[in-house]
Write a protein that binds this ligand. Sequence first.
Ligand code: SF4
Ligand code: SF4
Length: 279
Amino acid sequence: MIPGLDAAFAAAGAAGWGAVAYGRLAPAMSPAARERAEEACPCPAAVLVAAFPYYAGNRPGNLSLYARGRDYHAVVTARLNTVCSFLKEHYPGYLFLPAADNSPLPEREAARLAGLGMMGWNGLVILPPYGTYLFLGTILTDAPLPVEEVPPSPDCPGCGRCVSACPGGALGPDGFALERCLSHLTQKKGELTEKENALVAAHPLVWGCDFCQRVCPFNDHPALSPLPEFTCGLVARVAPEDLEGLTNRAFQEKYGAYAFAWRGPAVLRRNLELQKKKE
Ligand code: SF4
Ligand code: SF4
């Protein structure tokens, strides 16, 4: 690739990275996703994809481990921006667009095609020693980077623990059923069906679900993240009294920098209420 690029990703805090030609990734994208990507970058040539570790230990709490730290969209994008600055020095005049979980690019498929880590049955990228506790980020570019075609990431060993542990039955031989995933349901706005209510009520977390990660053998003793945004000043638990009397604005002032706050306080209050009724 480009001399110094490995070091630039490492300095940005990435535990690993890879690259894939846009032409290889595009068939995995919907027409609408391609349109959006190509509107932002009219002559896309490549996607760089990087993994940022977030594991900060296993303190008890009712928020998913990924959501306890600073909002990863902003953190990962800012960190990737430093890599973009490096690349712009080598490719002046070209576009380098960083994103994390908020772009039309299918990040996990980009990681798979770039040969990054392993692809878990739980749908997550596994990258020892960090296990699955990773945020993915991408850089879309029109620069003619020398991207090598590498073999795609292998699948995980398929022990099946994640499938057995899934409380909503969202993982199975037919793939992933979003509508039964507790991570999705705890973040879903508005009215839930009776069945969804029951699933959330029986769940120990008010935001997210770590079951399919906690049981994965690659997460037995994951390495701690070196990134302070994901390891310092964490909020592990939200109790009803923490939200009492908070307007949306006050909630954003108190928690807006955290990854669990983007839906506002209403879904958290609903989930807390459902779980209280069950007690
Ligand atoms: S996050 Fe929870 S509900 Fe969703 S697939 Fe994993 S174990 Fe199943
Ligand atoms: S729990 Fe087993 S099957 Fe699931 S992702 Fe981890 S290694 Fe793969």
